[in-house]
Design a protein around this ligand. Structure first.
Ligand SMILES: [Ca+2]
Ligand SMILES: [Ca+2]
Ligand SMILES: [Ca+2]
Length: 237
């Protein structure tokens, strides 16, 4: 059985999945940090926290320069309604920032002062640099998120456009991304001996009836192609 035929035979199933709301929406993120980050999605209460990816373990960039010189690209299936993006970021010395963009079928969200809230970890010297760069355990992060929900999240106190020194333009980021941190982009931050949890104020994906209709239209077209292919096969058989 050739691949085209196999694909066409799957189309009615895809249509059924779309009708049932079962088609996974694809999302793509580009993220960088001075110096490190781990990327997750999870619910607002900290449950279902799921690791997507992280940047380099050391400040040496995997493609030259610094870890922050090139953003990583992450493709993932949209987790479903009400999920938030979590960026766990920490500094290794001197200035600090993170920047990123998140594209779902409903649009583009970027790092800026309004789309994110912040929480500085409460452990003693719990900056992951002190433990070889390993990410905090998911259970530890969930406990910190619970504490933040109870105490109250902070905001984004510092931002500068992609292109700002000392980082310059990071071509792998969207031009609209801001370099952000909870208090300052300058060398001395109150979180230098901690990690900072940044949580999106937007859910991924945002609810959009328009996208659902587009998916159904696509599934309908797929079913039509499948019917045409079946008729053509019947004639030549
Ligand atoms: Ca990198
Ligand atoms: Ca730094
Ligand atoms: Ca610093």
């Amino acid at each position: 059985m050739n691949l085209v035929k196999q694909s066409l035979q799957c189309l009615p199933l895809l249509g059924a999945l779309a009708l049932a709301g079962g088609v996974a929406q694809a999302e793509v993120a580009h993220v960088t940090a001075d110096n490190h980050y781990g990327l997750y999605y999870g619910l607002a209460d900290g449950s279902n926290l799921t690791f997507i990816g992280r940047n380099e373990l050391t400040d040496v960039g995997s493609s030259g320069g610094n870890a922050w010189s090139n953003a990583e690209t992450w493709n993932y299936a949209s987790p479903g309604p009400n999920y938030r993006i979590y960026v766990v970021a920490w500094d290794e010395g001197a200035q600090q920032m993170w920047g990123g963009d998140f594209t779902s079928p409903t649009g583009l969200k970027v790092s800026d002062t309004t789309s994110w809230e912040s929480w500085v970890s409460t452990g003693t010297n719990d900056n992951p640099v002190n433990s070889g760069g390993a990410l905090p355990l998911v259970t530890t992060l969930a406990a910190q998120i619970t504490a933040a929900n109870s105490t109250g999240w902070g905001g984004i106190g510092a931002s500068a456009p992609n292109g700002t020194a000392p980082w310059g333009n990071i071509a792998t980021l969207n031009a609209a991304d801001q370099f952000i941190w909870h208090d300052t982009l300058d060398s001395t931050s109150s979180s230098d001996s901690h990690y900072v949890i940044y949580r999106s104020t937007f859910a991924v994906p945002e609810t959009s009836p328009g996208w659902g209709l587009a998916a159904l239209a696509g599934a309908g077209l797929g079913f039509k192609l499948w019917q045409q292919k079946r008729r053509a096969s019947a004639k030549t058989a």
